[in-house]
Design a protein around this ligand. Structure first.
Ligand SMILES: [Zn+2]
Length: 65
């Protein structure tokens, strides 16, 4: 009758079961999210390639002329 503890992945907000077997990267859902979070504070002054960021999108949106 023990209810599993559910936490939310700090990166993508999906439910993560707090279990060593189910979620070895808890509180993250995956190694990828863990690495993204790690990169954000470790690499703060550099541009993060591939990270979803709105700040770099200007000039790319309507380039169809
Ligand atoms: Zn995640």
């Amino acid at each position: 009758m023990s209810k599993p503890t559910i936490v939310q992945c700090p990166q993508c907000k999906v439910d993560v079961i707090w279990s060593a077997e189910e979620s070895p990267f808890r509180p993250f859902c995956s190694k990828q999210c863990q690495m993204i979070d790690f990169g954000e504070w470790a690499d703060e002054e550099n541009a993060i390639a591939g990270a979803p960021d709105m700040s770099d999108s200007d000039g790319w949106s309507e380039d169809q002329y």
